[in-house]
Design a protein around this ligand. Sequence first.
Ligand code: ARG
Length: 281
Amino acid sequence: MKKIISMLLIVCLLGVLASGCGSNMQTVDSIKDSGKLIIHTNAGFAPYEYLSNGEVVGVDMDIAKAIADKLGVELVIEDVKFDTIITSVQGGKAALGVAGITVTDERKESVDFSVTYATSVQYIIVPADADVDTIEDLAGLKIGVQLGTTGNFIIDDEINGIDEDDGSHTKGVLEGTGAECITYNNANLAAAAMDSGKLGAVVIDKLPAEIIGQKYGEKFKVMELVYEDGSKTTEEYAIAIAKGNESLLEVVNEVLAELKNNGKIDEWVLYHSENAVMDEE
Ligand code: ARG
């Protein structure tokens, strides 16, 4: 009897593996059947996603709406913790992750990515009177980041001395300086902590950093994250989608190509950059 049960289990398992966990995959057909495109995002990352009158809006939400329109279905936006998005897309809880997600080799092991739709760099935000020009100047400081973001990875790697490319140990520029990486659920919370004197710096992507800088006016200054030797960070955003979900990927790439070509994405970045400054976090 036990044998039969374990045989059955193995057969089930193989089935799931063969279909690539396919039962949960949100294909174009299943999305059209359900009438809903469920996307995961993490507000608090203006201009890409932020709250306005309790609603999640932003460049990414405009893009997601265009994809839902193309499919002829309702857009369902779920505002979740950023560090859960890749896993939820992988497991089929969300059809897409639309959250200013940077394409990285590590994430590519779990999900596929659309064509890219934006480029960014990391920024450093510090109190206006701080003496900081390069990442090396963050030595000894408490540095706030958003959990699970590329800013989080860079600061951790520099504190722990881990080479970003191959994971080997190389001397991190913040290693042994007493610098600490403190994680928050979004960059606005980190900025508020810095405002109350708990942090010496915040590291986050360029546009969200600039908007935070505008919000705090003369209290904070923002700058691109550069190394003493002049090297910089650069990243590209794309939409995350379950591995092998070809039919949906095709639609997403088609919509992104259209929105890049007709200037809509640039237009939305300008619009939301202006409007987000005035909004709640
Ligand atoms: N681009 C960075 C990353 O992929 C940060 C993204 C944060 N996005 C958000 N919606 N909070 O790690």
